[in-house]
Design a binder for this molecule. Sequence first.
Ligand code: PDD
Length: 259
Amino acid sequence: MDRGFIFGDGVYEVIPSYGGYFLRLEQHLNRLDASLASIRLDNPLSRQEWRSVLRHLVGAPPTPDQSVYLQITRGAPPRRDHLCPDGVSPTVFASASPIKPRDPKIATHGVACITRPDIRWQRCEVKSTSLVAAVMMRREAEDAGALETIMHRDGMVTEGAVSNVLVIESDTIMTPPISHLLLPGITRELALLLAEEHGIRYLEEPIPLATLRNADEIWLSSSTREVLPVTRLDGEPVGDGQPGQLWQRMDRLYQAYKE
Ligand code: PDD
């Protein structure tokens, strides 16, 4: 009767760890608190408890490069009722798994994406475990020989099924502003921070689909996949069809930050 299973009534995080060091840990735990607040659930563990659970999961001594998945659901009441009775204890689940090293072909050839209308709900800033739309979009991408589906709503880019989207035009990074239509990605935020620190221009503004199609470069960002260059969109080349120079620079900055 767990409400995560019955209703998708839960939230989650995916946090990467490199040699035991959790990248942007506080930002991930802040976003977890924001997701929990949105669904009106108290965090069952303190920050200190989360830190010790996470450390325990990646082991001592830590094995290199793992991602921790953690999920909190509203718990398991005796019967199915959309309205949860009082006094149910939340369920906490967490596990660690190795992060696959990036396929070297990605840096030389990039990845393919398709575009689709964003069929999700209007609270995409909540990292909810109700992910059936993302599952459908990933499958569509896979069937089209692509890695990811980039979604759009009312003619504007929102995000990938499991990643944020950044678009490069005239050496400027553009990415849709934070709103209820997309997840405030930790990797997106880190890419913008690195841009700021290294004098790369960026804008957080709505991106029409036409701008995406004419972009010099397109990037995807996510905690497990870092920043990836997109070189094909709906079967057409992005820019010159090669991973772009600004992506190469961002990837170097990102890899150095991880160290
Ligand atoms: N997904 N947007 C969506 C819809 C996502 O599911 C994710 C990440 C992101 C990127 O967020 P971040 O940079 O904080 O990882 C954006 C995770 C990795 C997942 O569901 O496995």
